[in-house]
Design a protein around this ligand. Sequence first.
Ligand SMILES: [Zn+2]
Length: 306
Amino acid sequence: MGRSVVAIALVLGLTSCNQTTPEPEKTGILSSQSIPAAMQGVHAKQLFGVQGRGSEHSPAVYGGYARGCLAGGVALPETGPTWQAMRLSRNRNWGHPQTIDFVQKLSHVAAQQPGWNGLYVGDISQPRGGPMLTGHASHQLGLDVDIWLNPADNLKLSRVERENISAISMQRANGAYTNSQWTRAHHEIVKAAAKDPRTARIFIFAGAKAQMCRDETGDRAWLRKVRPWWGHHYHFHVRLNCPDNATGCEPQAAPPPGDGCAEAEQWVRNILNPPPPDPTAPKPKPKRELTMADLPRQCVAVLQGN
Ligand SMILES: [Zn+2]
């Protein structure tokens, strides 16, 4: 045990003189740090994956959704009046305080739906954000959250049950359509999530977007934020905007104007009738592991903080 603590401390560069910069920390703006030798060439996911809790900084995010980190992350309580965090062993129920507030408010909306008592909350981020040992390319800033599509009817699930309970798929025909599990409650919950001004985008399978396009008879502006994406039939993924005054946060371009419903129908047609592969399409680049050199330099301070 003692040895592994020392090993972790070495990896994190904690044994070298621990310069504290109290002033910038108070303002929430961390300074750029050079990368300590012990962090150089190491996969960043190894460094962030061993962090057990958020850093004692003011909340701030640095970098982009798929290349960044989170200072002052806070945990979504594992169980609340209208939510439960799932798969607790992953320790990914950490986020920016705005994300935690968002989830809690959305869970109140969900609790009003027939058959729902709240939300089952999937991955947000690691305690200090950053790349993960498994899964997700994004979710690095504490601003992305996966919300299960299972109606959260039982909010007394044990830790073991939360590890083992299966998510329920809402799709049929490879995601071209919703299946019989999909209800108006799903529509209302996704709509409420999209209407929150903090939300930048929601990712869900194409069949669900197309279904919501057909079912919505009122205001359609919120549909713009709902984007068809692969997978995402067990959960939907909410991406929040950069928080106000988060100068280190790199926003994503806004979705194209309009409700995006014609685009969703095109996705559906392509799923049902896949077009022949485009011979001129660029080859997908092999995925490269991120190191600290790929991340904003403030992420060094995030790792080194208490
Ligand atoms: Zn996600």
